[in-house]
Design a protein. Sequence first.
Lengths: 154, 118
Amino acid sequence: VSVTHLPRRCSGEEEALLNLVLKLRRLDWDRIAVGIVAVMHLWLAFTLVFAPRVQVLTQGSRPAFDLFPPERWAVWLALGGIAATALAVRVTAVRQVLAWFVVAPAQTVWLAASVLAVTQGGGSAIGVVLWSVLLAFTALTAIRLAIAYASGKR
Amino acid sequence: LWLTAADAPAPDSQTAIILGVIGLLTAVLVAVVTGVFMLLSARANRTEPAPPASTPNASADLVFRDYVVGELAVNRKRDDDNDERDDLQDHELRDQREVLDEHHQRLLRLEQDRGWLQ
């Protein structure tokens, strides 16, 4: 005697939910995160180039501009955005190294500049929080991507 | 609204040095982490050496061996079936001989009885 267990018939709502979960699981979240980092850097470069100087040269950003002028920062951040975009399009070892070599120092310098500005009595405490979050997000993305790449999953 | 060069404060060289050092340290950290991951990746991708390639003769030998083994199994099964059939035929033959013996005995008895009558 053979006993067969037939699957329970799902309701319409359950089937729609399962399909949504399936679609979300198929998304490549690591590459989406890299894309977010790329957009952030390109947006920052665009802002540095096209925003009025008085809105760019603030007490919070002054330490960063003591190191490089805004144009050079715009080029650096644009390069980081382009490198991150290339990494989001296709994940390779060379693209990872290039992207993080450009992106990570820029972010740490800007975070340090925000912290210096705050400790010197000016700047923006919110800026420190935002740069910290962006740096943590980028670091997490880079580590996840590197682990997936090193383990052969990607 | 644009600041002129005269309005802009002079760059602070100490701050620039601090930020430059932080940027360089970050680059060094990225390089170290990259090296660690390259090392891990190289270890993960290391595989066992490939086994020696099988020659066409070895492959043909294996096919022939499989064929012989298969034929042997079929013949053993046929032998077993034949033995069973032989046993059945022997049993049937024994039964028929016994019946024949009975008939023969009865015939002899009938002849003896007729001799008595004659």
